[in-house]
Design a protein around this ligand. Structure first.
Ligand code: XMP
Length: 489
């Protein structure tokens, strides 16, 4: 049986009813196996971004988690930098602003100058002990007329304000704001010391993110990659910074180095789930799970920037790899009762590929190229032959390896390339469309959850000609008269 790619499969429709309409479909999925008694680890959407320099930085980490997924911050950087990125994501609190405060004896004229240089005009007023005394909003002062007055003469005093005490939930803050006449809500602690501000306009924005992926302290979830060289130093720093899940970043996880890393992490940080990988066989799956992996990443050689198959001749079509590993996962589940999620990684181009990977039994997918095209990836946009592009390079490319010491890389050849992908805009303007296509496929197949999809999906291998037939053909289609857009580059 030759090795199959995702492209070679199509789904046969199941029976669609009101019960399987798109609005009834949940894309929630298991992020990692969780021991009994601990809080279950879930994703609200079945996509994570690849641990790559040109994909997953702080902005991606924040925006993808706000949309229900998760980024894996890359480990091809110093431990300090990676930990700082994790801290930035964990300390991001949508809607809760760190206040810039003023004191009551300051002159309005001085506050006006600060306002001009900082670009905002709402100032909470505090005493020397940080206790809230009032608030000064743009309606309360005129930079010219009141310049000689003190802040205390123009502020709305504490007694007249609606204030939140120890609130960390944006919905609770919203409730108070709704009942008040204020455009901003100060949050204080039980000693009345000012902690944050919540702005009405930010709350409205926040309501656009109903799938936000949060931990029990209402912080965004984030993943972090580790390598098999410095995990003894890297893992403690990432754990301290607040990483929720780790992934061992390796193109070939069936190795003693991966075993050592997984066993060390599981023994010393058993509360921190770790994804093992990558593997492409049932044997590889058993190996990683026995070493302590709580999810397993599948794929070798399929990545868009990847040349492992060409360079080393190792690899497998992603569909065959998923099928083999999922069969072993299901056997393992029957034997032990432990459900280990399978992550499909490398070569997933569009929503249809995600759908087929899920139908074959994957629990979620990791993508690099898809996310590299977005505004939130860490690279700069450039113009190339009338197109806006973003650079994208493999972690095994010469460019990504530059930071590493020769000790890490004895190999004399590269395993990845560097190129460009077409800029696609903001993640929030792209991901919902991708997800709605996945939901539409699930609806057609008559299922409402990813687990049902695993059990009930009927797939067929298609011929090359049949794939051709399924594409646009025999029609003249001027570019500007169609809203069908290809995202191939
Ligand atoms: P996509 O197709 O989504 O693939 O861009 C991203 C995945 O590719 C893997 N990766 C590499 N594989 N050489 C490789 O052989 C590389 O330089 C390289 N960089 C990333 C990785 O699994 C990633 O998630």
């Amino acid at each position: 049986e030759p090795s199959r790619t995702l492209m070679e499969y199509r789904l046969l429709p199941g029976y669609t009813t009101d019960e399987t309409s798109i609005d009834k479909i949940s894309l929630e999925t298991t992020l990692a196996w969780t021991p009994e008694g601990e809080q279950e680890l879930k994703l609200n959407i079945p996509v994570v971004s690849a641990a790559m320099q040109s994909v997953s930085g702080v902005e991606m980490g924040i925006e993808l988690a706000r949309l229900g997924g998760l980024a894996f911050i890359f480990c091809s950087q110093t431990i300090e930098n990676e930990a700082a990125m994790i801290r930035d994501i964990k300390s991001y609190k949508a809607g809760f602003v760190d206040p810039f405060y003023v004191h009551p004896d300051m002159l309005i004229g001085d506050v006006f100058e600060i306002s001009k240089s900082k670009g905002f005009n709402t100032f909470p007023v505090v005493d020397v002990n940080h206790k809230l005394l009032g608030i000064l909003t743009k309606n309360d002062y005129s930079g010219t007329h009141h310049a000689h007055l003190k802040v205390s003469e123009r502020m709305i005093p504490r007694e007249q304000l609606v204030v939140g005490v120890n609130i960390s939930d944006i919905k609770e803050a919203n409730k108070l704001l709704r009942e008040s006449h204020q455009s901003v809500l100060p949050i204080v602690n039980e000693e009345d010391q000012l902690k944050n501000l919540v702005f009405r306009k930010d709350v409205r924005n926040h309501m656009n993110y109903p799938l936000e992926l949060l931990d029990d302290r209402k912080r965004l979830l984030t993943g972090a990659a580790v390598n098999t060289h410095d995990y003894r130093e890297r893992v403690p720093a990432l754990e301290e910074a607040g990483a929720d899940i780790l992934t061992v970043d390796s193109s070939d996880g069936f190795s003693i180095y991966q075993k050592q890393a997984l066993e060390w992490i599981s023994a010393n940080y058993s509360h921190l789930p770790v994804i093992g990988g990558n593997i492409i066989t049932g044997k590889g799956f058993r190996f990683l799970v026995d070493c302590g992996a709580r999810a397993v990443k599948v794929g070798m050689g399929g990545g868009s920037i990847c040349i492992t198959q060409e360079q080393k001749g190792t690899g497998r079509g992603l569909a065959s790899a998923i099928i083999d590993v999922v069969n072993e996962r299901n056997r393992y589940f029957e034997e032990t009762g432990k459900y280990i999620p399978v992550v499909a990684d490398g070569g997933i181009v569009d929503s249809k590929d995600v759908t087929i990977a899920l139908a074959l039994g994957a629990d979620y997918v990791m993508m690099g190229r898809y996310f590299a095209r977005m505004e939130e990836s860490p690279t700069e946009k450039i113009q190339l032959s009338n197109r806006i592009m973003k650079p994208y390079w493999g972690e095994g490319s010469a460019r990504a390896r530059e930071w590493k010491s020769a000790r890490y890389y004895q190999m004399k050849f590269v395993e990845g390339v560097e190129g460009f992908v077409q800029y696609a805009g903001k993640l929030r303007d792209n991901l919902p469309e991708t997800l709605s296509k996945i939901k539409a496929s699930m609806s057609s197949c008559g299922v409402t959850t990813i687990r049902e999809f695993h059990e009930q999906a009927e797939l067929e291998i298609v011929s090359a000609l049949s794939i051709r037939e399924g594409k646009v053909h025999d029609i003249y289609m001027p570019n500007d008269s169609s809203d069908y857009k290809s995202d191939k580059y």
